[in-house]
Design a protein around this ligand. Structure first.
Ligand SMILES: [Fe+2]
Length: 236
C-alpha cells in the first residue's frame, strides 16, 4: 500500500476551480490496471528500448509527441522534433533542444497507455480551459528509467523544486525495484507546505503550475542495480 505521509489528500479530485490545491493523487485502484497488466511489455521497453539521457548516466529515457482522438481512443505519433524547456523552467537544460530516442511503438498501442491517458485527461480537462471541447488532443509522452548502482545517485531533471512548462502533467510509476531508496514525490503548494508522497507502481500524481514539485534523489540500498520507471504525460 502506498503510504501518503500527508493526510487529507484523498479522495482524488480533478484539479481546477473546485480543487485549487493544484495537484492530485491518482491511486492505482482508480485506473483499471488489473485487467490490463502488460508487465513483460513494459519491462522489455524499459530495459532494452530506451535511449541514454546525455545529461545523466543515471537516466534512460524516450520521448514522443502524440495526438489522441477522444472518441476512437486512437493514439498517433507525431514526427519527432526533440524536446526543449525554456531556461525559465529548467535551468539545467537552458532552452536547448534535447534529443531522446522515440518511444517503442508497441507501447503506443498498449492498454496501459490508453488507460493512463484517460486518467490524465480527466484531470487536464479540469485545469486547461477549453481542452474538453477538443476532439483531438496533442500530448507529450516521456518514459524514464532512473537507475543507480554502487554509490550512484539518480536525480530527476531539474533536480529540485520547480514548475513544469506544461499546464497539466501526470506522472505514473510503472515499476520500481525493491532495493530502490528515495524517489518520493514532493509537492509544495501556494501555502508553502511540503507534502511528501511515496507512490507505488501504477499510482500516479497529477501536477499543475499551481505549486512546485520535485522528486527525491534515488539510490540503491544494497549497491546492486536499482531502478524506478515512470511515464510522464504532458499537455501544454
Ligand atoms: Fe517536473
Amino acid at each position: 500500500m502506498t503510504q501518503f505521509m500527508e493526510q487529507a489528500i484523498s479522495p482524488p479530485q480533478p484539479s481546477g476551480p473546485r480543487n485549487p490545491e493544484g495537484y492530485a493523487i491518482i491511486p492505482a485502484s482508480r485506473t483499471d490496471w488489473a485487467s490490463f497488466t502488460e508487465d513483460s511489455l513494459i519491462s522489455d521497453v524499459m530495459n532494452y528500448h530506451q535511449g541514454v539521457d546525455r545529461a545523466s548516466d543515471n537516466r534512460k529515457r524516450s520521448h514522443q509527441r502524440v495526438t489522441y482522438q477522444r472518441k476512437s481512443g486512437l493514439i498517433s505519433p507525431l514526427p519527432y522534433q526533440g524536446y526543449s524547456q525554456s531556461a525559465d523552467y529548467n535551468p539545467d537544460a537552458a532552452g536547448a533542444v534535447r534529443h531522446f530516442s522515440s518511444i517503442d511503438p508497441r507501447f503506443l498501442t498498449s492498454k496501459t497507455l490508453a488507460n493512463a491517458l484517460k486518467q490524465h485527461l480527466q484531470f487536464a480537462d479540469q485545469t486547461i480551459e477549453g481542452l474538453d471541447n477538443l476532439e483531438e488532443v496533442s500530448m507529450g509522452l516521456h518514459l524514464v528509467r532512473y537507475l543507480a548502482q554502487n554509490t550512484e545517485v539518480a536525480t530527476s531533471s531539474p533536480p529540485w523544486l520547480h514548475v513544469d512548462q506544461e499546464r497539466a502533467v501526470t506522472v505514473f510509476v510503472l515499476g520500481k525495484s525493491a532495493n530502490l531508496e528515495g524517489g518520493q514525490n514532493v509537492w509544495v503548494g501556494k501555502d508553502q507546505k511540503y507534502k511528501v508522497i511515496d507512490l507505488d507502481p501504477m499510482d500516479g500524481i497529477f501536477l499543475t503550475q499551481n505549486g512546485r514539485h520535485a522528486v527525491m534523489p534515488m539510490w540503491s540500498k544494497n549497491g546492486r542495480y536499482a531502478y524506478r520507471d515512470i511515464l510522464i504525460i504532458t499537455t501544454d
